[in-house]
Design a protein around this ligand. Sequence first.
Ligand code: 13P
Length: 269
Amino acid sequence: MRFLSTIPPFNGIGETVRKKLVAGNWKMHGNLAQNSALLLKVAEGTASLDKAECAVCVPFPYLFQAQDLLRRTVVQWGAQNVSQYPSGAYTGEVSAGMLADFGCRYVIVGHSERRRLYAEGDATVAAKVGATQAGGMIPVVCVGETLEEWEAGRTEAVVTGQIQALLDGLGAQAYDRAVVAYEPVWAIGTGKTASPAQAQAVHRMIREVVAQGDQRVAERLRILYGGSVKAANAAELFAMPDIDGALVGGASLDAGEFLAICAAAHESR
Ligand code: 13P
């Protein structure tokens, strides 16, 4: 791992304050009754957690339910995908304008499951980031290496390539209204997590790559970690200077686990 050092660490005097974000990615789980119970518990449990932001990214059909139950709470909501096109003959697709209609704040873009299962490449991801921002929402741009790439020592090259593709396509300003999520594919749903130090090194590298485009944007950028985050490992991840929160899969479906992760973000640093 190469450590660049063009920008100062964020743990000293004059520290850039980046409010931590814990976002749940429900993936294709839930139903009206389960969601209602979960959302009410999450809303109640986060009411006093003002030092961190919490959000849930739900399946499209449940956006109205999320909006209805969360609109008077501190919990934000969002979607897990978006079309790169504004409207038209794209059967089965959902536009950014439609998501904005339901009050979404966040849209997950370029999740590894979409890159792998639906062949979304960097160009598509960049187009979806642009569409999300044009709709007034914040993309949560996912990057991360596969197990094979990790074992081959290619983490830095792969993640840099994914981050750079967006810089090349949309410019550094794209990261000013975005959140990045580093999710090593080998850590998703496997129970394996990158160690806090491993994750920190990659987060730092991501910030350095963005800083080469715009240093101020890089300092403000929130970089989340994702991959088997749970109550038991959240605090040690959040103690790292460049880990600004988490994108949480499985544990976001359990109110107790998710609230404990939100509380760890609230209490960190
Ligand atoms: P898990 O937390 O279930 O490993 O999922 C991570 C993820 O893919 C979040 O987007």
